[in-house]
Design a protein. Sequence first.
Length: 158
Amino acid sequence: MDNLTVILRVGAALALGAVLGLNRDIRGKPAGVRTHGLVSVGSATVLLVAIQAGAGPEGVTRVLQGLLAGIGFLGAGVIIHHQTQHRVHGLTTAASVWVAAGLGAACGAGLVSLAAIALVAGLIVLVAGGPIERAFEQQLGTRKDPAAEPDGSDRPSA
């Protein structure tokens, strides 16, 4: 694999991860552009190392398994359990860190179009997911704890 291909794959991973992180930054979440960009670049790098070292399909699969399982530990770092308020905060950001790893892995494997499609899907969930959840909760008469709302809104109870 030539250097230009490596640069393009790692660059794509950086760009896609950073876009995902920008969404988290705009929303004031603890993991933003730098975290998501680094996770994505790191994932692409790890996969490129396996590919360039001559790992076959089974070896690449093992690298992916280790990468995606291991990234959960980083995601756990942004999850906060509020014992007194009986709620968990940061799950969506942790999930987006995991998605950033997947984006980077796809770019590292040369599947940049797949990664771009996954980025769009992830952004749709991040942007539209909250309003959709709130609309269903309102229609169904269910309600989460207002303190758990990402925007801090105080919706009326059912």
